[in-house]
Every structure is written in C-alpha cells, then in structure tokens.
Design a protein around this ligand. Structure first.
Ligand SMILES: NC(=O)c1ccc[n+]([C@@H]2O[C@H](COP(=O)([O-])OP(=O)(O)OC[C@H]3O[C@@H](n4cnc5c(N)ncnc54)[C@H](O)[C@@H]3O)[C@@H](O)[C@H]2O)c1
Length: 244
C-alpha cells in the first residue's frame, strides 16, 4: 500500500516500541517522516528532532520544525508517553510533573501549534495515543489513567472543534502492548519480561497481548483517508480484554 506516499508526518516517541513500528510502517507506505524523542539514533527518518517534550519551547516548535523540514504537515502522531505506578498516596510531585508534562501538556502544545498550520494547508489528521486505561479506570496507576483520560477528552473536544477546518483528530486506546514501557515495568518488579508477557497474554481473549505493529496499523488507519469521516473517536485496541 502507498496510502502515505509524499505525506509529511510528525511522530513523537519515535524511539519507543509503538513509535518504531509507526516509523517502519509509514516509511514502507512512502511517508516523509520527522521524528521526535529524547534520543534518536539509527532511525530511518527524514528529520530527527531530538529533545525533551517537557521543554515547552521544544514541544511548541515541533510542528513548525517538521513542516519547514518536510515541506508540509499532513499527519501528527502524539505517541510519546510515560507511565508511573501506584495510587495517589504514593505519587510524588516529580511523578505528577513528568506525567502531566509528557502525557498531557506536550500533546496539547503540539496540537495547538499544528492545527493552524494544517488549517492553512487545507486540513490534516492528528492521532493521539491514549490508553484503554484512559477510558476506563485501571488499578494502581491513578496518575497514568488520569493523564490518558485527559488526552482522550482533549481528542474528543478537538475532534469536534476542528472538523470544520478539515482536521480529523482521533485517538487509539490500546490495552497492554509488548514494548519497553511494559517490559521495563516487569523488570523493575523483579519479573522475567518474556514470561510475564506470555502470562499476561492468557488474560486477553485473543490469547496474546498486542505487538507494537497491532497498534501502529490502527493509528495508520486513523491517519489515512480510509478514516475520512472519523473525528473525535476513541478507538479501543484491546484484543477483547476489558479493563479489570
Ligand atoms: N505499552 C503499553 O502497554 C501501552 C498501553 C496503552 C498505551 N500505551 C501508550 O503508547 C504510547 C507509546 O508507548 P510505548 O509502549 O511504545 O512505550 P515506549 O516507552 O517504548 O515509548 C515511549 C517513547 O516516548 C519517549 N518519551 C518519553 N518521555 C519523553 C520526553 N520527556 N521527551 C521526549 N520523548 C519522550 C520515550 O523516550 C520513548 O521512546 C505511550 O503514549 C503509552 O502511554 C502503551
């Protein structure tokens, strides 16, 4: 398929699990890609925009930087994210600013900067990465769930507000995905990640947790013309697993 031939795409969190699958798949479909992350090495992209999304000037400037470097801005994928564990009583001020900064403030800043640029060029698509825990509460991750709920709500509101500018804004809400985010969490808790991933897979009706490509393919659908009438949608990608 070449759904993205010549399209200019900005992806945050491109050095991570889902980000890597997005880069690979968009490349294969002919996109011009600008990638953003804290450290960018060996990534097959046209432009590397390295930086910390907690830096407001960096986040504000990403859409313009991508547009200038790629000669356009058709798609923005707000994929970067961090997870902190625990109930609010075990949540530090540092956890709070990190989670709000990366999961909520950065997508807000990037959308706010991207929308007028896309509108001037006749439209575009933005896909935000929320979580199934952003739509339904999950246990022991209060702050993470709240930030993903914030992004889900922002997506629904922006999807309504900017459809008239031909900008479609949607979100994916994945269940557990086999990426460094999940695997490092297992390691921190003293579990072997391969065993833990395989055990977790038994709790999913489809029989396995998601691979990054399972999520990337839905993001590409939402960014593509096949989703041309979708605005403000939150798309569950959970293998049939309800939030416990
Ligand atoms: N893995 C899962 O089980 C799962 C489930 C639901 C939703 N998600 C969401 O999917 C998205 C991608 O996560 P992933 O699983 O690929 O995780 P990942 O940890 O592999 O990738 C996240 C990327 O975001 C980048 N990032 C984090 N903080 C940053 C900062 N301050 N500045 C710049 N870049 C920063 C990281 O460097 C990393 O490359 C996240 O938004 C995550 O919340 C993941």
């Amino acid at each position: 398929m070449d759904r993205f031939k010549g399209k200019a795409v900005l992806i945050t969190g491109a050095a991570g699990g889902i980000g890597g699958a997005l880069v690979q798949r968009l490349r294969a479909e002919g996109a011009k890609i600008a990638v953003a992350d804290r450290r960018l090495q060996d990534i097959d992209a046209d432009v590397l925009l390295e930086g910390d999304l907690r830096d407001p000037a960096y986040a504000d400037g990403l859409p313009k930087a991508a547009l200038l470097a790629l000669g356009g801005l058709d798609v923005v994928i707000n994929n970067a994210g961090v997870i902190t564990r625990g109930p609010v009583t075990e949540t530090s001020d540092a956890d709070w600013s990190l989670s709000i900064g990366v999961n909520v403030e950065a997508p807000f800043r990037i959308c706010r900067a991207a929308i007028p640029l896309m509108a001037e060029r006749g439209g575009g698509a933005i896909v935000n990465v929320s979580s199934s825990w952003g739509v339904n509460p999950g246990p022991n991750h209060a702050l993470y769930c709240m930030t993903k709920a914030a992004v889900a709500s922002l997506t629904q509101c922006m999807g309504m507000d900017h459809a008239k500018q031909q900008i479609r804004i949607n979100a994916v809400c994945p269940g557990e995905v086999n990426t460094p985010m999940l695997r490092t969490g297992f390691v921190k808790r003293g579990f072997d990640p391969d065993t833990a991933v395989s055990e977790l897979g038994k709790t999913v009706p489809l029989g396995r947790i998601a691979e990054p490509e399972d999520i990337a393919d839905v993001i590409l659908f939402l960014a593509s013309d096949a989703a041309r009438y979708m605005c403000g949608a939150l798309v569950d990608v959970t293998g049939g697993k309800p939030v416990a």
